[in-house]
Design a protein around this ligand. Structure first.
Ligand code: SF4
Ligand code: SF4
Length: 479
């Protein structure tokens, strides 16, 4: 039986089943130990994170007062490191050809009735223009795994196409990539192509469950998939995004597994994940979430979000349109820092509505049902009403502040002099180019109010000047 070793590069040693089960047994045995819960919360209040064992113990507690303290601390940490900014992004589905057999995904190779579609470079151009016209600056590209339909060359060419498109005042300034586990050589190519974050969800860290959920295709290899982030980091990609698909397996196991993974990356490569996503299983073609009996109810889900916020304060947390506006609002308060808006989870979905000729029914190719169907403009308006500053910022990546350079800036607290002005500058661009008059008025008022919160006099003054320059038609300022 494999033994736990956090700096090993062997999957079953750094994600160790025995250690996870021991951790869960400890958490279960101490779930009523309020003194221990208070000690863990005290440690969390130092803003340096928690171990996976501490986080698992906190998550196990059912005491209403402790749960409230977890939510309060999640909120406090979020406000301390991220202020009231919410980073916006959109997914872009390139191709739903896939040779894998993931039983929870409609793109699985055995699904013979879902229409298959792969965007040409010209179609990518159309999608990106549609996304730019919505106001997006940051994309996450998604593609199934298929050696001949979606080879790495196709992905690289698509990234190049996306970065090259400049439509009106639009530009995609950061392309994050969510594609199957691959080789160090291919990760190097992705890095050279200028990707932002490499995202790969583990789905579940439990090897046995993983193998049942992935019966066929290259993704069925648990070790190869689990060690993918190691290969990405060895290739020089230092911003990686992790996540599990809640609902597939016991959430407690996966919660510990993911924090163990984060710990492994930090210990081995000096930098934990840049982001953590918290998707839950959704209905889709050929997929009924009730097939999986590990559904995570809303109250537990919120606790997962808050405890993660306390455990990994420096990691961005992402929530997609899989979740309702209500859940997103509640989770933004206690930990989430980045959300998608106006998303289409189908191949070609962004131009589909414009096409009245009945070309290709993109909705039929959706990877999952979207719960929050509002437009980007509506989401931005909603965030402003809630007092958040929607941010289209991509500055760190473009200034080379990635990996541990990004983390040390965040830890130093100096990010307040970067994020806050960048959020306002990019929101101002959005208001000028894409917002309704009503949203613009509200957004301008919010910017005026928040400008005074920039700590440095010098940065505040430069920000004020740039805001004026944006009014005059200039774009793309950053700190
Ligand atoms: Fe393919 Fe990814 Fe869907 Fe699995 S989850 S079937 S790898 S697209
Ligand atoms: Fe993110 Fe960096 Fe922009 Fe802050 S300045 S919002 S950390 S990209």
């Amino acid at each position: 039986m494999a033994e736990y070793n956090s700096t090993s590069t062997v999957a079953e040693e750094f994600i160790n089943d025995k250690k996870i089960k021991e951790t869960l047994a400890f958490a279960q045995a101490h779930k009523d130990d309020l003194e221990l819960m208070h000690t863990i919360l005290e440690k969390g209040r130092e803003y340096n994170g928690l171990s996976y064992a501490e986080a698992a113990t906190l998550l196990e507690c059912e005491d209403p007062d402790i749960i409230q303290q977890i939510f309060d601390l999640g909120k406090e940490i979020k406000e301390h490191f991220y202020g009231n900014r919410i980073v916006m992004f959109a997914p872009l589905y390139l191709s739903n050809y896939c040779v894998n057999g993931c039983v929870y995904c409609p793109y699985h190779g055995q699904n013979k009735h879902i229409p298959r579609k792969k965007l040409t470079q010209e179609e990518i151009r159309e999608e990106v223009i549609a996304l730019q016209d919505m106001g997006h600056k940051r994309l996450a590209i998604e593609a199934g795994e298929h050696p001949t339909e979606n080879p790495i060359e196709y992905i690289l060419e698509s990234i190049q196409t996306i970065y090259s498109i400049k439509h009106k005042n639009g530009a995609i300034r950061r392309v994050n990539v969510n594609i199957a586990a691959t080789t160090v050589e291919n990760y190097k190519k992705l890095k050279d192509a200028g990707i932002g974050t490499y995202i790969l969800f583990q789905e579940t860290y439990n090897k046995e469950a993983y193998e049942q959920l992935h019966p066929t295709g290259p993704k069925s290899d648990y070790a190869y998939h689990t060690e993918a982030m190691d290969r990405a980091m060895q290739a020089g990609i230092d911003d990686v995004g992790c996540g599990v698909l809640y609902g597939l397996n016991n959430y407690k196991y996966d919660f510990v597994g993911m924090l163990m993974h984060a710990h492994h990356l930090e210990k081995t490569y000096g930098c934990g994940p840049h982001t953590i996503s918290v998707p839950r299983v959704r209905p889709a073609d050929d997929i009924d979430p009730d097939t999986f009996d590990n559904g995570v109810p809303d109250d537990i889900f919120k606790r997962i979000v808050a405890v993660l916020r306390i455990a990994v304060p420096y990691t961005g947390m992402i929530m997609s349109t899989r979740e309702s506006a209500k859940t997103r609002r509640e989770c933004l308060e206690i930990g989430i820092t980045q959300i998608s808006g106006g998303s289409r989870t189908s191949v070609g979905g962004y131009v589909e509505e414009l096409d009245e000729e009945g070309r290709f029914d993109a909705e039929e190719t959706a990877q999952f049902d979207v719960e929050d169907r509002r437009t980007l403009g509506e989401v931005v308006d909603w965030l402003i009403d809630l007092g958040y500053v929607p941010s289209f910022c991509t500055a760190c990546y473009r200034e080379g502040r990635t990996g541990d350079r990004f983390m040390s800036l965040l830890k130093s607290g100096q990010i307040a002099n970067c994020c806050q002005p960048n959020a306002m500058l990019t929101l101002k661009e959005f208001l000028m180019d894409y917002a309704s008059e009503e949203t613009k008025a509200k957004g301008d008022a919010l910017i005026n109010e928040k400008l005074s919160l920039i700590p440095s006099d010098k940065v505040r003054e430069i920000c004020r000047q740039h805001l004026e320059e944006i009014e005059q038609g200039h774009r793309d300022f950053r700190f």
